[in-house]
Ligand binder design. Structure first.
Ligand code: ZN
Ligand code: ZN
Length: 230
């Protein structure tokens, strides 16, 4: 076994040495990190913010890490927020994140196969991608016989993620990235009752009223050319 032993000066802000387990880690991330993670998403690009945006979001991953044989478990919470464009007015929409974290780190060969992923032995950037090991929620949730020794945390099948690790260093960065990416809704809203932009003149109807008439009802449009006898 020749594991690449690139002894780093320190494990870095997102990494935990397995020999230090069990331990608790609180990892804070700021705007530039979040901006880089969500860069390229359409609802982010629509805001036209700079790449290093201090206001792109932020958050804290707070997890307890524990090793069991070749597996490492991380349990805790990911809290934070990010800013994308509102789907109606294109203004900033703040999305809050408050999610339980329930992750297992396993040797790469144990990561469940993902049909879209390249073969497991070609980790070309694969390290940045946590693969969901969703045991399809068709099975009923396991009874609470197993959850007693988990400090009261309920395990839902959907919360079980599996990430690869090399047996020595657990890298929490992909886990944090995943939470931010998955938090972006399909149609974000700056607020539930956002009035959006006027389809005629384009003003933000949350800020300004305009004199545009509502678009004509297509049923009446057909009558418009009619000259009524007078
Ligand atoms: Zn809006
Ligand atoms: Zn208008």
């Amino acid at each position: 076994m020749s594991s690449p032993r690139h002894a780093p000066a320190g494990p870095g802000p997102y990494r935990v040495l397995v020999r230090d387990l069990p331990t608790r880690k609180e990892i804070a991330v700021g705007g530039p990190f979040v901006a880089a993670v969500i860069a390229g998403l359409p609802m982010r690009e629509a805001l036209g913010r700079p790449a290093e945006d201090a206001d792109a979001g932020g958050g804290v991953l707070d997890v307890e890490l524990d090793a069991d044989g070749t597996h490492v478990f991380a349990r805790g919470t990911m809290r934070g927020h990010l800013v994308v464009a509102c789907g109606r007015c294109v203004g900033p929409a703040r999305i809050d994140i408050d999610e339980p974290v329930m992750v297992t780190f396993v040797p790469p060969h144990e990561v469940p196969a993902d049909p879209d992923a390249p073969p497991a032995e070609a980790p070309h950037g694969a390290a940045g991608k946590g693969r969901k090991a969703k045991p399809k929620a068709s099975a009923p949730e396991p009874a609470d016989d197993a959850s007693d020794d988990l400090s009261g945390t309920e395990i839902a099948a959907d919360d079980l993620d599996v990430f690869p690790y090399d047996g020595e260093i657990v890298d929490l960065e992909p886990l944090i990235r995943e939470h931010f990416v998955l938090a972006v809704p399909y149609a974000p809203l700056c607020r539930d009752d956002c009035k959006g932009l006027c389809p005629q003149c384009g003003v933000d109807r949350n800020v300004e009223a305009c004199a545009c008439e509502p678009p004509p009802d297509p049923r009446f449009a057909a009558l418009k050319g009619l000259k009524l006898p007078s």
